[in-house]
Design a protein around this ligand. Sequence first.
Ligand SMILES: *Cc1c(COP(=O)(O)O)cnc(C)c1O
Length: 414
Amino acid sequence: MNHFEYIDDELHCEDVAVKDIAGQVGTPFYLYSKATLGRHFQVFDGSFSVPHITCFATKSCSNIAILNLFASLGGGADIVSGGELFRALKAGMDPKKIVYSGVGKGRDELKYGLESGILMFNVESEQELDALQEVAAGLGVKAPVSFRVNPDVDPKTHAYISTGLAKNKFGVPIAEALEVYKRAMAMANIEVVGVSCHIGSQLIDVSPFVESLAKVKNFIQRLQGAGCAITYLDLGGGLGITYDDEEPPAPLDYARALEEELGDLGCTLILEPGRVIVGNAGILVTKVLYTKQGGKKFTIVDAGMNDLARPSLYDAYHAILPVEERGQGRELGDVVGPICETGDFLARDKQVPVSKQDDLLAVMSAGAYGFTMSSNYNTRPRVAEVLVDGTKFHVIRQRETLEMMIAGEMIPEK
Ligand SMILES: *Cc1c(COP(=O)(O)O)cnc(C)c1O
C-alpha cells in the first residue's frame, strides 16, 4: 500500500499534486511519502511478536530526514560504512540500535564504531576480527561481535544481489564458523554477542529465509553447546517488493514463518529491512526533453542512469506513469536519459506513456537504491529529494549546484 494516487487525473503524493512540486523544485527529483514510509516501517516492525529490533538498511535510502523518521518510530540502523554511521548518528539514531555490516570495514571505521558505542559489529572474516581486537585494545574497550555466517542458501534472486551462496564474498562459511567463534571468545577485547546472516535482496519467497534460519539455528545450538551464549540473532534484510507482477510475502507472513522456525531459541532478533520499507514509498519525477522515432520510439527525459542506476545495472523494471493522465495511451518504446551510454535507459522495449515535450513522468518504486546509488557521471548534479507530509512538502536534500560538484577539486600549482 502506498500514497501515490491519481486524483482528478493528476498524480498526487498524499495530498500534494506532483506537478506542483515539480513547478517549485524543478526536475528531476526523488519524492517520498512520509505516510507510506511510516506505515511500511510500522507494519514490518509490528509483524514480529518476539523481542526484536528493526534496524533499517541505511544503504537503501540514507537521507537523514528519513532515518530520523524511523528513529522516531523506535527503529535502528544497519550500516555498512563510517559514512552511514555518521548519517545515522546525525539523524538521531540510538547507537545501541546500530549494527555494522560489511565485508571491508577499515580500521578507522572500526574505531569510529567503537567510539560511538554501537550495538554490534557483524564481522565477516578472521582478519577483520584481528583488526577489531587490536583497535579495541588500543581504546581499552571490548568490541561487541557477531559473525556473519554464510549459510550457502540460494535466494533465487538476481546474481548481483545474491549474498548467501558459498561462492559469494560475504561472511564466514558456516562449516568453519565454530572454530572462529572459539578463537574470538578467547580474545581479551572481544565480546561475542551474536550470529548474523543476510542471504540476498529482493527475495519473493520465504523458503530461502526459512532454510537459512534453520541452518543458523542449528549452528547457534552448537555454539551454546560449546558454552557460547548468543544474545542477538541477526537475520539480515532482503524481503522483496512488487515492481511489476512479483508477489512477495506480506511482512506478517514473513514474520510468522521465521518465528515458527525460530521456536524458543531465546535470542533477540535483529532485522535489517531496506527495500521493503522504502522501495514503494518513493518515486523519481522526470521531465520529457524530446521524443524521436529512430529504429524505435525514444522518449528522452532529464533523468538518467546516474540518477537511477537500477535499470542499467540489473535490467530492473520500474513502471513509468504520466504525472497528468490525459488519455494519452501507451506505446512500445524506450525511456532514455541524456547520458552518453547506450545502457542509459529507465525503460527499454516496454509499454510507456505516449508523451510530448515538457510532460512529467513518474518512475515508480524508486525509493530503494535510487538516490543512494546516484552519481555525478557526466558531471550531472545529484537531484533534489523531497518529502511529502499530508498537504505539505519539504525539500530534504537540495539539488546540487555546479559549484558543489567541483568544490573538492584543484589544479596543481605550476
Ligand atoms: C543490503 C543489505 C540489507 C538490506 O537488503 P534489502 O534487500 O534492501 O532489505 C540488509 N543487510 C545487509 C547486510 C545488507 O547488505
